[in-house]
Every structure is written in structure tokens, then in C-alpha cells.
Write a protein that binds this ligand. Structure first.
Ligand code: SF4
Length: 296
């Protein structure tokens, strides 16, 4: 059953009360402490009177039908067109965000959007003839409550469920969300130093999320957005590939994707030769399925 409608969304999961009307969010490793009237870092969750609400529940900011290869998935349901949905908000602060209009939208932006219940979304996907629904565009972790309801209904009605995510999620939330996911593409951005310097996060929760997806039997692909001069050093890449091989195995498909200047990042576009060199390094390390992305 859908939670009751409110003018600021639906009550959130995974939070605890703190003294003085504040709350602590347990949805992602950031574990924001949020005072009454304030938003969490992701701008999707808000404290109203000492209770915590998801402002993005039932309020999609983007809905499209896309080729599954655009997510990207190259080794799952190839050739399919998938019903893709996202909201506002993100729980990482990547300075190079390629999608900041959605991820860093103003707090409160969701309140202006039309509502769409999980049942309505799943019915729309089926009516459109899509075999899968994808949680994508912004970071699905921040709309986990909404995605979980959509995923349950989608699976009941025979649809596959796809997750395109940064994997920055708490273990308690992933324990409920990830068993409902058929296939995931997780963005692994670089080594831990890169996460801390460029994203305001850390690598270890992302690897834990990937391991959990594999443990549930989900199909997993990994995408690495390549920023020239930031995460493409051959020695750094070799170490990063060792971590991936040890943590996830060399069967996991890898995508090396070109970046362009966006948000607070003003670097040059990634040369194709850089992507090809990194793909060659991955192949030499034993990774069997390697793809290039955003190359034209
Ligand atoms: S989900 Fe949002 S509010 Fe919760 S800890 Fe993460 S960034 Fe903060």
C-alpha cells in the first residue's frame, strides 16, 4: 500500500531520533545528522518536526524509455528497451558530475513535480512493452523507499529490475533493496584517495555494495568514468584493477567511459587512446569483458 501523501513526500526509512529534534539518517555511509527544517546532503530527505521524510517518494524528475546499452549494460538483456526512472538528489559530491541538473537540484525542487505511484510506474512500463524497469539518472539510493516499492511490484509482474548506482549505501538499506535487483551497473570512480579528493566519499562501502549484489545473484557490471590526469595514471589503474580483481573477480564486466567538462570540472574530454590503453590493462589483468563508453 502507498504511504500517505504529504506536501513534503513520504516518511523515510532508516533513521533515528537525536536530542533536540534532530535525526540521523542511516540510508548511506554519510549518516547525516539533520536538524529540524533542514535537508540531508543529498537534498532528497528532510527533517520536519523531528521526523524524517523522503521528499522524492513518488515524484520522478525523469522518465524515459532507453536502450539497455545506454545504462550501460552490455551483457544483460541485450537489445532491450527499458523503462527508466529517476528523481532529484545524490549522496556523493563529485566535482565532475555529468548529471548535476538532477543530482544537485535545489532542495525542495521535488515538491513541484507530478506524483506517480509505484503501481502507476510499473503499469506504464508494461503498457510500453518494456521487459525491465531501471532506477537511473540520479542516484537511486536516495529514492530507495520508492525504488523498493517499484521493484517489488515490477518483479511480481514479471519485469526485470535494473540499478544504475554509485553503490554508496549503508548495509542495512542494501539488505532490503539489493535482493530486489536483477542487474546492477555500479560506478566505481577510482581508488580511495580519488573518492576522498573528488567525491567526498570513500571506496570501501562501494566495494561492499558490489559484493552484496553478487552474493544475491544479481548480474553486476562496473563503470569507471575516466578523467584525464585524475584517475588514468597507468600505475594507479593497475593497482585499482588489482583491487577489483580481488574483491569482485575478473568475470565482472568493466566499462571505461569518457568524461567531458561538467559541473565544477573543467578538464579536457577523455581521449579514445586513454580508454583503449585502460581497456588493454584490464584485459591483460584477466578481465574478460571490457567495453568503452561515450566514444564517438
Ligand atoms: S541518504 Fe542523504 S540524508 Fe541520508 S545519509 Fe545519505 S546523504 Fe545524508
Amino acid at each position: 500500500m502507498a504511504p500517505p501523501k504529504r506536501d513534503f513526500g513520504s516518511e523515510a526509512r532508516w533513521w533515528t531520533s537525536l536530542p533536540g529534534g534532530a535525526v540521523e539518517c542511516g540510508l548511506c555511509p554519510r549518516r547525516c545528522r539533520v536538524s529540524d527544517g533542514e535537508y540531508g546532503f543529498c537534498r532528497a530527505r528532510v527533517n520536519r518536526g523531528g521526523r524524517f521524510f523522503s521528499e522524492v517518494w513518488g515524484r520522478p524528475a525523469a522518465v524515459h524509455i532507453d536502450p539497455i546499452e545506454k545504462k550501460p549494460f552490455n551483457w544483460y538483456m541485450p537489445g532491450s528497451r527499458v523503462f527508466s526512472i529517476g528523481t532529484f538528489g545524490c549522496n556523493l559530491g563529485c566535482v565532475f558530475c555529468q548529471n548535476h541538473e538532477l543530482s544537485r537540484a535545489e532542495a525542495g525542487a521535488s515538491a513541484t513535480l507530478e506524483e506517480a505511484s509505484p503501481a502507476a510506474v510499473v503499469s506504464s512500463a508494461i503498457a510500453a512493452g518494456c521487459p525491465a524497469i531501471a532506477f537511473t539518472y540520479n542516484e537511486p539510493t536516495v529514492f530507495a523507499e520508492y525504488a523498493i516499492e517499484m521493484a517489488k511490484l515490477a518483479r511480481q509482474r514479471g519485469l526485470a529490475t535494473l540499478l544504475v548506482s554509485n553503490g554508496y549505501i549503508s548495509d542495512e538499506a542494501a539488505a532490503e533493496f539489493y535482493p530486489l535487483i536483477s542487474a546492477a551497473n555500479i560506478d566505481i570512480k577510482g581508488d580511495d584517495a580519488f573518492y576522498r579528493r573528488m567525491c567526498g566519499g570513500e571506496l570501501s562501502p562501494v566495494l561492499a555494495a558490489c559484493r552484496r549484489l553478487l552474493s544475491h545473484g544479481s548480474h553486476l557490471e562496473v563503470t569507471n568514468l575516466v578523467l584525464p590526469g585524475e584517475n588514468d595514471d597507468p600505475g594507479q589503474v593497475a593497482l585499482w584493477l588489482e583491487v577489483l580483481a580481488a574483491e569482485l573477480g575478473v568475470e565482472v564486466p568493466l566499462h571505461f567511459s569518457a568524461s567531458f567538462a561538467a559541473y565544477h570540472y573543467y578538464g579536457r574530454p577523455t581521449p579514445r587512446a586513454t580508454l583503449e590503453r585502460m581497456a588493454g590493462q584490464a584485459a591483460a589483468r584477466g578481465f574478460k569483458r571490457v567495453a568503452l563508453g561515450n566514444v564517438f
